[in-house]
Design a binder for this molecule. Structure first.
Ligand code: C2E
Ligand code: CA
Ligand code: CA
Ligand code: CA
Length: 287
């Protein structure tokens, strides 16, 4: 932010400067961060709305930066996407998460009818266009001995808007293998609902903004209608509906009544270390 005469950006913005410096610093530190093992993953439970049981978890990456402390993904995922580091980072997250899922299975087992705890992993659009995606995923599943149907890959709705067949091909291959594909942040993009049929997805993750509008009581009737409509459309297309950002019991109840299948949010648990998820699942299984 220069203040030289004639410059239209004459307002000094020290915060913007600081942000730019940090951004630059973070960008240059990213590649070594992966080598140095500064990333770690927190897991947030996915809970069945009907019976309250823990069915799995979403993997959420964090960076323990030596100077800045723990950084959330919003701080560095865009930088990693910009620099291309997202491909090795995403592969690392996938491998760690799938290994974790296997460990839970060994520790927990769980009632047969419930199946193993499932693991949801976020995919960046850059990973979607990377030619190694399918093979990397197959390799990781084979190395760890985890069944494809224990894995769900989350892709944002916006990444798939207007997607052509080339982009969908790897997702189709993964879906054919039994990997679930979830459409993340659903309802935030300009989705063409009819388009859903074309996508190899089996789960809709309703964006937090819908959950937020269930906060008030009574909830906005228009929002209720929208969620009701999305749920019935999803179910008629054989898609399960997961809701994110559930912070209160009232929201959970409202969303359950509206027919949503699975929920995630602070009401159940914040993202945390893998031991925590194992504890929650155990408590759950033993009553
Ligand atoms: P997301 O996939 O929509 O993940 C849900 C976000 O909502 C997480 O933020 C989670 O901590 C937060 N959250 C969960 N429950 C609640 C709640 O009850 N209330 C509120 N207010 N927030 C809640 P987080 O961990 O900061 O992650 C932000 C985003 O970063 C994720 O959004 C996802 O898009 C991205 N991300 C996280 N991990 C990865 C990764 O391994 N790879 C890629 N490509 N993206 C990732
Ligand atoms: Ca997600
Ligand atoms: Ca989401
Ligand atoms: Ca999001």
């Amino acid at each position: 932010a220069k203040s030289a005469g004639g410059n239209r950006f004459e307002l000094a913005d020290p915060e913007a400067d600081a942000r730019a410096i940090t951004r630059h610093g973070l960008t240059t530190a990213l590649p070594t961060a992966l080598e140095r093992g500064e990333f770690f993953i927190e897991y947030q439970p996915l809970v069945h709305l009907g019976d309250g049981s823990v069915r799995g978890a979403e993997a959420l990456v964090r960076w323990l930066h030596p100077q800045h402390g723990v950084l959330g993904p919003d701080r560095f995922i865009p930088l990693a996407e910009h620099t291309g580091l997202i491909v090795p980072l995403g592969r690392w997250v996938l491998e760690q998460s799938v290994r974790q899922a296997r460990e839970w299975r060994e520790l927990h087992g769980g009632p047969e009818e419930m199946g193993p705890l499932r693991i949801n992993v976020n995919l960046s659009p850059c990973q979607l266009t990377h030619p190694g995606l399918v093979q990397d995923t197959v390799d990781i599943l084979e190395r760890t001995g985890v069944e494809p149907d224990a894995l769900c890959l989350e892709v944002t709705e916006s990444a798939l808007i207007g997607a052509d067949d080339d982009l969908l091909k790897p997702l189709r291959r993964l879906a054919e293998m039994g990997v679930d594909i979830a459409l993340d942040d659903f309802g935030t993009g300009y989705s063409n609902l009819a388009n859903l049929r074309r996508l190899p997805v089996s789960i809709l993750k309703l964006d937090r903004s819908f959950t937020q509008s269930m906060q008030q009581f009574p909830a906005d009737p228009v929002d209720l209608k929208i969620v009701e409509g999305i749920v019935s459309l999803a179910h008629s297309l054989d898609l399960a509906v997961t809701v994110e950002g559930v912070e209160t019991g009232a929201q959970a109840e409202q969303l359950r009544v509206l027919g949503c299948d699975t929920a995630q949010g602070w009401y159940y648990a914040r993202p945390g270390p893998p031991e925590r998820l194992h504890e929650l699942a155990l408590v759950d299984a033993t009553g």
